[in-house]
Each structure stands twice: as C-alpha cells, then as structure tokens.
Design a protein around this ligand. Structure first.
Ligand SMILES: NC(=O)c1ccc[n+]([C@@H]2O[C@H](COP(=O)([O-])OP(=O)(O)OC[C@H]3O[C@@H](n4cnc5c(N)ncnc54)[C@H](OP(=O)(O)O)[C@@H]3O)[C@@H](O)[C@H]2O)c1
Length: 201
C-alpha cells in the first residue's frame, strides 16, 4: 500500500507455545497469572519494551476482530471510551454504536483513512495475521507468559512471505512475562539466487 499515513501497532500477550487464547477463547492464563512470586530472573535490554501505559494513550484507533470484540463484551466496562473502534466481521450485526463494523480489510482501511488515523492498535489473532500479510503492521510488542497452554488460537499463522523484524527492546516483569518490542522491517529482502541447493559449503 502506498501513501499510508498511519502506523499499525500490535500489543498482545502470548503463551510460550504461541497462543493468544485457549480453544474456547479463555485468557485466564494471561489475566490471572499463576507465576507471580516465582523466582523469575530479570533480564532486559538497556531500553524496556513499550509498556501499556505508554502504548495505549498513543493510539487513537483500534481495529479488532469479532473474536476479540466478543471477549471485550464480557468485561464489566467498555474499555475503549476515548478510541475509535473498528470491528472486522462479515457476520456481526451493526447495532453497537460504540464501534463501526467493517466487512473487509479494505473497508477498515477506508474508515481509518476517513478518520485520519495516526496510530492504530491492531488486535486479535486473525486480524493481526491479516494486517501482517498486507504489510500494515509497523511495530509489534509481545508479552510472552511463562506458561504452556497446549492448544488454542495462535497469534501468527501461515504466511506467503517472510516478515523480518528488528528487536528494539525487552524487559521482564515480576510475573515472569518477557516483553519484547520489534519494528517490522518494511520490505522483505530480495531472495538471493547466488547460492545453489547443491549443499556445497
Ligand atoms: N492474548 C491477548 O493479548 C489477546 C488479545 C486479543 C484477543 N485475545 C483473545 O483472542 C481471541 C480472539 O482472537 P481470534 O484470532 O480468535 O479472532 P479475531 O482476530 O479477534 O477475530 C476473528 C474474526 O474477525 C473477523 N475477521 C478477521 N479478519 C477479517 C477480514 N480480513 N475481513 C473480515 N472479517 C475479518 C472474522 O469475523 P466473522 O467470522 O464475523 O467474519 C473472524 O472470524 C479471543 O479469545 C480474545 O480474548 C487475546
């Protein structure tokens, strides 16, 4: 895409085995971490990864999938009062005036443009995958929880090209979460044709 005026940013928690939710959508392993009080070692770069308190005020728009939206509806309060929220869904009835429903990625992008978006919080596994595949993610901050949940909804999926990342910063929190911020390298490097597959080293 050319002339994009906004930055797509991901801020998400994942289990060590790569899931953002259990098969039934549960995120208890993330919100009620059993790992507080264990002897986690503190390792960090000189700069901490981007933290929620910095990230959240910077974003004006959210784009989330129906799966994430339906989870948010189970919370006591609507957490995004001061944000423009776009929900991607082909099935959801457009009846909640706190959000705008977009039926396709193209429609979501049109809404971001019309809303003069600058910093866009991209949320939900399938939506993150769609934005990544379309080259619309510039930054990824991941909190990796010290737990294996065995099955669930993956953060990343199949890709038809490699996405290269630059590690910008990391830190560990008291609950043993490893937080890392990456910049997405915009253009995939052109594959080298000079090395053959003959196995000669
Ligand atoms: N660990 C974390 O930090 C974190 C963060 C966010 C969410 N979560 C959890 O992750 C789960 C949701 O993630 P998910 O990967 O299952 O779903 P998701 O990405 O939130 O939503 C998937 C749905 O979004 C719609 N969608 C996605 N891409 C679309 C496109 N290009 N065009 C039109 N519609 C599109 C589709 O809805 P339709 O089927 O209606 O078409 C699809 O079924 C929830 O359990 C949530 O609690 C965890």
């Amino acid at each position: 895409m050319t002339n994009r005026t906004w930055q797509g940013r991901v801020f998400i928690g994942v289990s060590l085995d790569g899931y953002i939710a259990r098969p039934d959508g549960g995120i208890d392993w993330l919100t009620d971490p059993p790992a507080l009080g264990r002897d986690h070692q503190e390792v960090a770069s000189t700069e901490p990864a981007i933290e929620w308190e910095t990230f959240y005020p910077e974003v004006g728009h959210l784009v989330m999938g129906r799966g994430t939206y339906e989870k948010v509806l189970t919370f006591d309060d609507w957490p995004y009062r001061d944000k423009q929220v776009i929900v991607l869904s082909t099935t959801l009835a457009d009846t909640d005036d706190r959000v705008r429903v977009a039926r396709s990625l193209t429609e979501a992008l049109d809404r971001l443009e019309a809303g003069r978006a600058s910093q866009v919080y991209v949320d939900g596994g399938r939506v993150v995958q769609a934005f990544l595949a379309a080259g619309l993610v510039d930054e990824i901050t991941i909190g990796t929880a010290p737990v294996l949940i065995g099955a669930g909804r993956p953060l990343f999926g199949n890709m038809d090209h490699d996405v290269h990342l630059e590690l910008r910063a990391s830190h560990v929190s008291a609950s043993g979460m490893v937080h890392t911020t990456y910049r997405v390298v915009p253009t995939p490097p052109v594959a080298s044709t000079s090395v053959g597959a003959s196995g000669d080293a």
